[in-house]
Design a binder for this molecule. Structure first.
Ligand code: SF4
Length: 347
């Protein structure tokens, strides 16, 4: 896997560093015998990277530098190839190139790379979370895990980088073709040609998909604490889901409703109470069970504990409940039209 063209070691290190850099004075590694991970507070020299590429000591990158990152990775901790494939396809829908790496144990990482100055990590995470929601994998782990370094969190979390020498011959830590999941024959060629995106690509996706802000709705939703008189407001799709219940995609519906509840300021306990009432209206098809309280709590916790804010308009679970009169729909269409006028591109 050295590459079709004979490359000098220093060229490989330079190329590798240009993709897998973050904090320069700390990295993660693991014991090759026990697998135990540890942090190393040392400068990331060429020798550190060479030790990784030759399989002597692994190098895990702390991607977050202040509030910027030069790459983002999704950790699909499963042997099932469906989710990483769907992620790559959905990212491609937004003109983002994602690269699948077969990780060191089971599972896959999907990487998206950014240009040299990096991008605001919050934006990258917002976009990737949106894609994960669209493929119905909202709980998948994303690196960097945080939006920025803070006084309470100096390093963030490291992620093991690809091309760890000892595992490459075993077909681990290598980039694979998303169609076949076979390792690319030339890993260095792949890296050299990998697309690096800039922040404006993220800005466009955030804007078109309304990931940061959206118009408010005036329609009320029932509030069981005050005799079901309206206190909060929701978009038409959510009102319809609440009114009629769902016959499929209950999990996604529950999560999406919880995101709406969070947005309009409904307290967590009240959100769970409303969703328990909603669940009684659900009539699952194909003999499936009605969503139970622990799952409702789990979905609601995820929605409340993470910075999800999307409306899920493009989710197959939500689309059947969409209404043309929705202000979000009109707003999205106007944004899309003005964006395609400005850029000549429609995503
Ligand atoms: S556009 Fe449709 S799916 Fe999106 S928030 Fe409005 S009603 Fe819901």
């Amino acid at each position: 896997m050295l590459g079709r063209h004979e490359r000098k070691t220093e060229d490989k290190i330079r190329l590798f560093r240009s993709f897998f850099s973050g904090l320069p004075q700390v990295y993660g590694t693991y014991d090759l015998k026990t697998g135990r991970a540890r942090q190393v507070k040392e400068q990331i020299t060429n020798e550190v990277l060479l030790a990784h590429l030759t399989g002597k000591q692994s190098y895990g990158v702390y991607l977050l530098a202040k509030d910027r990152t030069r790459a983002i990775a999704v950790d699909f901790d499963t042997r099932d190839r469906t989710a990483p494939s769907e992620f790559v396809a959905r990212a491609s829908h937004y003109d983002l190139s994602a690269y699948i790496e077969c990780s060191k144990s089971k599972g896959f990482h999907a990487w998206i790379f950014f240009d040299k100055q990096g991008v605001i990590a919050r934006k990258a995470r917002l976009v990737v979370q949106h894609i994960l929601e669209e493929i119905e994998q909202p709980q998948t782990e994303i690196f960097p895990k945080q939006d920025e370094i803070s006084a309470n969190m100096r390093y963030g979390n490291f992620i093991n980088t690809p091309l760890f020498g000892g595992l490459v011959p075993k077909g681990k830590t290598v980039f694979v073709d998303p169609a076949t999941f076979s390792p690319y024959p030339d890993q260095w060629d792949l890296l050299e040609s990998a697309k690096r995106h800039n922040e404006s690509a993220l800005n466009e996706i955030i804007e078109i998909n309304n990931l940061s802000e959206a118009p408010q709705h005036q329609s009320p939703i029932p509030n069981p604490e005050n005799g079901n008189r309206g206190t909060f407001s929701l978009p038409p799709c959510a009102q319809k889901m609440l009114r009629d219940g769902m016959s499929q995609f209950q999990r996604v519906g529950c999560f999406r409703l919880a995101v709406h509840f969070k947005r309009v300021g409904l307290p967590y306990d009240l959100a769970v109470a409303v969703l328990k009432t909603w669940a009684k209206k659900n009539r699952p098809a194909n003999g499936k069970e009605v969503i139970r309280e622990p799952e409702i709590q789990s979905q609601t916790s995820y929605a409340y504990e993470h910075p999800y804010s999307g409306y899920g308009c493009q989710s197959p679970a939500i689309e059947p409940y969409c209404e043309a009169s929705c202000p979000v729909k009109k707003w999205r269409e106007e944004k899309k039209a003005s964006s395609s006028e400005n850029t000549g591109k429609i995503r």
